[in-house]
Design a binder for this molecule. Structure first.
Ligand SMILES: [Zn+2]
Length: 227
């Protein structure tokens, strides 16, 4: 837990950042912000973990207005009807309201949620009943890895679980009526990603083969499809 003076320093740093944004950064991009002042038309719903080390706009080299971003613990999308709330309404609004053409679900390395699923006792989940309950929406990904023990929560298994979780959440996403309707019309692409924090590498998770592909191969594949 932070001390009182650390909490003060952290808030001060945020306020200085906001001041710098307002006086230096905003004026330099005034045209962009003016174009966004009264409407948005993002192409993509980007679903990521709330982890502080992921910056969706940075890793996709996009600007404000490009991504409609939904973040939560473990980049989870409960199946439709399980929990109607923040996640399902953001998905519905992005697809039926804003008409996004792409949904990315992005998992990541060293994910605390995935580590907690692998080793609940070590992660202090007994003190976090809400997190424990939320992570039930990823339990099937944990089951897909077979019989692992708490000591198996190393980086390789955390990565495997993150990948399984992205595939699971993609399947949950398809149970949402707005998503199912847009997919039936052929106007929506869904894709799973895995982001490695230590190397910056993003890999694409193929749902059919359940294997990973490099970005280069995914681009080549997409370019080979006639427009
Ligand atoms: Zn995470």
């Amino acid at each position: 837990m932070p001390t009182c003076s650390e909490a003060r320093a952290s808030l001060l740093s945020l306020l200085r950042g906001a001041e710098h944004f307002n006086t230096e950064v905003f004026p330099a991009k005034q045209t962009l912000f003016a174009s966004l002042a009264e409407s948005q038309a993002p192409s993509t719903l980007f679903i990521a973990c709330a982890d502080s080390r992921i910056n969706p706009n940075l890793i996709t080299q996009t600007e404000p207005g490009d991504l409609f971003i939904l973040r939560n613990i473990g980049n989870i999308v409960p199946a439709y009807g399980e929990m109607l709330g923040g996640v399902s309404s953001a998905v519905e609004y992005a697809v039926a309201g804003l008409g996004v053409s792409t949904i990315i679900i992005c998992g990541h390395s060293d994910c605390g949620a995935m580590k907690a699923l692998l080793a609940p006792e070590k992660s202090g989940l007994d003190k976090m009943p809400t997190v424990r309950s939320w992570l039930r929406n990823a339990e099937a990904a944990r089951a897909a890895l077979g019989d692992l023990k708490a000591e198996d929560a190393g980086p390789a298994n955390v990565r495997s679980l993150s990948e399984q979780n992205v595939l699971l959440q993609l399947s949950h996403l398809k149970t949402h009526p707005a998503v199912a309707a847009a997919m039936a019309r052929g106007t929506l692409f869904l894709q799973g990603w895995f982001y490695d924090i230590g190397t910056g590498e993003i890999t694409i998770l193929d749902e059919q083969s359940r294997k990973t592909t490099s970005i280069t191969d995914a681009i080549a594949h997409l370019e080979s499809i006639p427009a």
